[in-house]
Write a protein that binds this ligand. Structure first.
Ligand code: ATP
Length: 201
């Protein structure tokens, strides 16, 4: 089986910036957030089940899932949340495995914000962490999203902390510098992963 590198880091740490650099080297990237959206796209059985269960108000005018409405519904209803997770988790797991099995580059990158929190290490053999200070995380996220500080801090508090991530990591990218410094580190890791992938095959 193919070498899969798990990439994670807190909100605004630079996962997308890093995965874009790997992708530019021809490495296949599987993104957990995208998979989670794909399983409820228009026309999927899961979306029909959700619309049956919660009613048509859960859909937007174009028939796609109204994520804000769904979030609101499950926020105040633990049973609804449980029902939704029981539906989606197996589908997401199946689709993730399908996409990972189709990796055609020498190794693959599986990107998820929750690799440390949810123990999704079963999808990957090695864990790569994007590491920045909490101040930098906060600043970059606020600049990007126009979110207020309290909102970003709430999300950060719900995620694993820097020490927990660093302890779980096999490899660490330091994203405290500029994008050029990020690219240099990705170059070095890419060479390393190619060697590991060769040893595996
Ligand atoms: P999320 O978990 O919210 O999806 P992420 O981990 O994917 O975030 P990015 O979106 O890659 O993080 O980065 C957060 C923001 O910081 C983006 O606006 C990005 O352009 C910027 N950024 C990332 N790395 C750097 C860097 N080294 N220097 C300056 N800005 C950066």
């Amino acid at each position: 089986t193919k070498l899969i590198i798990g990439l994670t880091g807190g909100i605004g740490s630079g996962k997308t910036a890093v995965s874009t650099l790997f992708s530019q080297k021809g490495i296949d990237v599987i993104d957990a957030d995208i998979v989670a959206r794909e399983v409820v796209e228009i026309g999927t059985p899961a979306l029909s089940r959700i619309a049956e269960h919660f009613g048509p108000a859960i859909l937007s005018a174009d028939g796609s899932l109204d994520r804000a409405a769904l979030r609101k519904t499950i926020f105040s209803d633990p049973a609804a949340k449980q029902w939704l997770e029981a539906l989606l988790h197996p589908l997401i797991a199946e689709e993730t495995r399908r996409q990972l099995a189709h990796v055609s580059s020498p190794y693959g990158l599986y990107v998820s914000p929750l690799l440390v929190e949810m123990g999704q290490q079963n999808y990957c053999q090695r864990l790569l962490i994007v590491d920045v200070s909490e101040d930098t995380q906060l600043q970059r996220t606020m600049n990007r999203d126009n979110n207020d500080r309290a909102q970003v801090e709430r999300i950060m508090a719900s995620q694993a902390n820097r020490r927990q991530r660093r302890e779980a990591a096999d490899d660490i990218i330091d994203n405290s510098g500029d994008l050029a410094s990020l690219a240099v580190q990705v170059d070095r890791l890419h060479a390393h992963y190619l060697t590991l992938a060769k040893e595996l095959s």
